[in-house]
Design a protein around this ligand. Structure first.
Ligand SMILES: C[S@@+](CC[C@H](N)C(=O)[O-])C[C@H]1O[C@@H](n2cnc3c(N)ncnc32)[C@H](O)[C@@H]1O
Length: 403
């Protein structure tokens, strides 16, 4: 075990064995590893393996530093006057008004003190894209999609996302779930976006080990994502066409009125779904593409399509910097194919629901318009946009019905 990275309790494997400065050094090391091509999660995992001395609070603090930089990479680089891990951390901490002298003090494993040149932080950026922490090419797309909300939305994406839970109403009610969570040190408050949604206000790191979670009383799920499902028609045969890990399928199953089939082009993504469904006490069948076709028609087909994830860039901030115009066009092609395939599976008078966690018109309204231009006999029965807020992620959903 390295010794100088830890404080005076270095042999006790405490939750917070590292000094604040050592945590900054760790974040710098991880950001530098990312500039050599590692993804954030890979770089964090590698650091954690090499840093067994770090306690859970240390790991959480280092992770927060890294993801804070990813959300604010452009302003961090601007204030830090460079792209190195050290420059990014200095820029971020300057922007956060942190005590730089204390953090960059060269003691133990803390980073060396800032040089005079590093300390010459520039004044606030005049450039709009930098100020909004967006790549240049995305600014017009934000303007087109969000109009006067564009700046506020981009700025909201700089902050940490809320941690939301879905109370499994198949098992319990909201008040009982809150009590159960409270007994285990997790404080919550009702989230206005959906009846079963809670926002975690304290003890988020205890959720995964809690009885409430392990016994299926609550699931981690963004509140806007829950609201999208809550707006869907109840009853009947339902196909979750892009089920992935099954978050929406589980939410769909909760009211017990629907017979649910989950499908994904990559069935491995649904690998945990049977266990998650069993834990939640709900029934979800998984099916391959051929079985899904044989089993048509469905009263409701939900397409929770792959997308840029721009509405959820607070959680997956790397996407903001790795998305390209070419990839966006590629995603649009996939989204069109999914809608075309799914439309063939919907019963007469049935509903085709399309959802993305994207903010961009290209992935949302434009895909729906293109679908309607390709297919006669469908009409929009509902269309909703969810803003990026302290309550939930940005989302888009449309319900199309067969005339
Ligand atoms: C946004 S994710 C789904 C998330 C999931 N619904 C949830 O709530 O946890 C999109 C999923 O669509 C799947 N997918 C991509 N192309 C597809 C296609 N042509 N048909 C069906 N699924 C597809 C991907 O494998 C991915 O798992």
């Amino acid at each position: 075990m390295p010794t100088s990275a830890v404080g005076s309790d270095q042999n006790n494997y405490k939750d917070d064995a590292m000094t604040p400065g050592a945590r900054v050094s760790a974040a710098i090391e991880i950001l530098d590893a990312m500039s050599e091509g590692l993804a954030a999660e890979q770089a964090l995992t590698r650091w954690a393996r090499q840093s067994r001395f770090a306690g859970s609070k240390d790991r959480a603090a280092v992770r927060d530093h890294v993801f804070d930089v990813l959300r604010r990479r452009r302003t961090a680089a601007y204030y830090g006057q460079g792209e190195s891990g050290r420059a990014l951390m200095a820029g971020l901490l300057y922007e956060q008004d942190a005590d730089l002298d204390n953090l960059f003090n060269g003691q133990g494993h803390a980073p060396q003190p800032l040089t005079d040149q590093e300390r010459a932080f520039p004044s606030a950026p005049a450039d709009r894209a930098t100020r909004l922490n967006l790549p240049d090419w995305l600014v017009p797309l934000f303007d087109q999609a969000l109009g006067e909300k564009a700046d506020a939305t981009a700025l909201a994406l700089q902050d940490r996302a809320p941690i939301c839970l879905r109370v499994n109403l198949a098992r319990t009610d909201v008040a009982k779930a809150q009590d159960l969570l409270r007994e285990e040190g997790v404080e919550t408050q009702p989230n206005p976006l959906a009846d079963a949604a809670l926002t975690v206000t304290e003890g988020a790191r205890r959720i995964r080990n809690s009885r409430a979670f392990s016994e299926g009383f609550v699931e981690l799920q963004d509140a806007a994502s829950q609201a999208v499902v809550a707006a869907l028609p109840g009853g009947g045969r339902v196909l979750d066409y892009c089920a992935g890990g099954g978050g929406k399928a589980l939410a769909l199953a909760m009211d017990g009125t629907r017979k649910i089939t989950a499908h994904d082009i990559d069935p491995r993504r649904m690998g945990d779904l049977p266990a998650r469904a069993a834990r939640s006490g709900v029934q979800i069948d998984t099916a391959a593409t051929a079985e899904v076709k044989a089993g048509r028609p469905y009263d409701l087909v939900l397409c929770d399509a792959p997308c840029s994830g721009s509405g959820a860039w607070r959680r997956a901030a790397e996407g903001k910097w790795t998305l390209t115009a070419e990839r966006l066009i590629e995603l649009n092609g996939i989204q069109d194919i999914i809608l075309d395939e799914a439309a063939t599976l919907v019963a007469p008078k049935g509903t085709l629901a399309y959802a993305t966690c994207s903010l961009l018109r290209e992935e949302n309204e434009d895909r729906v318009a293109a679908f309607l231009a390709r297919h006669d006999g469908w009409k929009i029965s509902q269309m909703q946009r969810f803003d990026v807020t302290p309550e939930g992620d940005g989302f888009f959903s449309t319900q199309l019905t067969r005339e």
